[in-house]
Design a protein around this ligand. Structure first.
Ligand SMILES: [Zn+2]
Length: 408
């Protein structure tokens, strides 16, 4: 015991000596620092040292012109900038709440040399005004860290995510992956999930989850699997443990939506007319301008406007199925009667034209000429893994499965 005590004192003494040495070094370093030039600092790939940098957030109803004018760019030049940027970025689409940066000259005028607008956490647009006008888009470097999480479910999936301090986006992603497999309104106590997914960071700051790579969902005592696999360089999707797709021949939704604002209902009071009339579609609320996708391959049978539908597109998929998409702000140029579209192709943009209270897509679905609720139908499945990719898929699946199972 005494021996250990002695060693302890010695170690403490050594640490103390090292500490005082390093603090001496600290003084030397301080002297050296005065001579060593400052590291150049970059932001958005631009050397910022020679500018005075102003950071701001776009205010309600504020335009690009207003921000530039406040930084000594006159109106003829603003006009040129807006014209020049059209192909790359629509200057009218500057949104309140988004951060921007102005890099100004360090002289007494402080004229804007560069303006950077952040479209989202990753993408930004640079307006370089130093030598003529140069407008280009850039992306911040995203660091991906892989993570696993698991839990049994006591009440709802979203409350479980909240309890476990997991991103609410995981609920959204899982319910999308299993949209055709599990009815998330019928989740019960004893159900559970395991998930392996990407967490994304920019400059060590968490910006949210990326892709889910694998998951196991236990529902009513049965395990349902999803494994992400790319059959081509640009396109991947989710397959089960046997290589069958979790997707149907139809997408679950025609848009990346915020919420379903109204479901298919044969007896509903119309929100605008107040009349009792069935709602023969599903309403997906989303921001104005959000792209709308064709939910399956097919041929456009009409792309037009009516007083009630607003701008709409109708697609015939085969002899059995037809879908329709209403209230678009705009039909995508090139989408007209006779055009062939593939599943996931953009056909228009969310709006509130016609009889609509807010921006949403009213999605309508016909089977053999009769309007139906696609959520209550058993729809044909999408294609399974291609034969030539099957062995490769099984290898990927096995390694993902091991990672999932190691996570208890
Ligand atoms: Zn509707």
């Amino acid at each position: 015991m005494k021996k250990w005590f002695g060693i302890g004192i010695m170690i403490t003494a050594i640490i103390f000596m090292l500490f005082s040495l390093s603090s001496n070094n600290g003084n030397i370093n301080k002297l050296a620092k005065q001579i060593v030039p400052k590291e150049p600092s970059f932001e958005y790939g631009i050397l910022t040292d020679s500018f005075s940098v102003i950071k701001g957030v776009v205010k309600n109803n504020q335009t690009l012109g207003e921000i530039l004018y406040a930084n000594h760019i006159d109106h003829p030049e603003i006009y040129k900038i807006v014209q020049k940027s059209k192909e790359i970025f629509d200057a009218r689409r500057i949104n309140a709440g988004k951060p921007y940066t102005v890099m100004c000259s360090k002289d007494s005028v402080k004229k804007a040399q560069l303006f950077i607008y952040e479209e989202n956490a990753i993408s930004y647009v640079v307006f370089d005004l130093r030598d003529g006008i140069d407008v280009y888009k850039g992306k911040k470097e995203v660091v991906v860290k892989l993570k696993t999480a698991s839990s049994s479910i006591n009440s709802s999936l979203s409350l479980t995510m909240e309890d476990k301090k997991l991103s609410p986006r995981l609920t959204h992603e899982l319910s999308t992956i299993y949209a055709w497999t599990i009815d998330f309104f019928k989740i019960q106590k004893g159900d559970a999930f395991k998930v392996y997914y990407e967490d994304r960071y920019i400059n060590d700051e968490y910006i949210g989850i990326g892709k889910i790579l694998a998951s196991e969902f236990t529902h009513k005592g049965e395990n349902f699997y999803s494994f992400y696999y790319k059959e081509s360089a640009t396109y991947g999707e989710y397959y089960d443990d046997k290589g069958k797709t979790l997707r149907k021949a139809f997408l679950m939704a025609p848009v990346d939506y915020k919420r379903i604002s109204s479901r298919f209902n044969r007896n509903r009071k119309h929100p605008v007319t107040g009349r009792w009339k069935g709602h023969f579609g599903t309403d997906y609320a989303a921001e104005k301008g959000t792209p709308i996708w064709s939910t399956a391959n097919g041929t456009i049978v009409s792309a037009s406007y009516t007083k009630n539908n607003g701008n709409y597109v109708k697609i015939r998929h085969n002899g059995t199925y037809t879908t329709q998409y209403l209230h678009m702000s705009k039909i995508k140029p090139g989408i007209r009667k006779g055009t062939f579209v593939k599943q996931g192709d953009i056909i228009g943009y969310v709006g509130s034209t016609g009889l609509a209270t807010g921006p949403h897509v009213c999605y309508r679905f016909w089977k053999n000429g009769k309007q139906i609720d696609p959520f209550k139908e058993s729809l044909p499945p999408g294609d399974p893994i291609k034969k030539e990719n099957y062995d490769d898929y099984m290898m990927v699946k096995d390694s993902l499965f091991k990672i999932l199972m190691a996570n208890e």
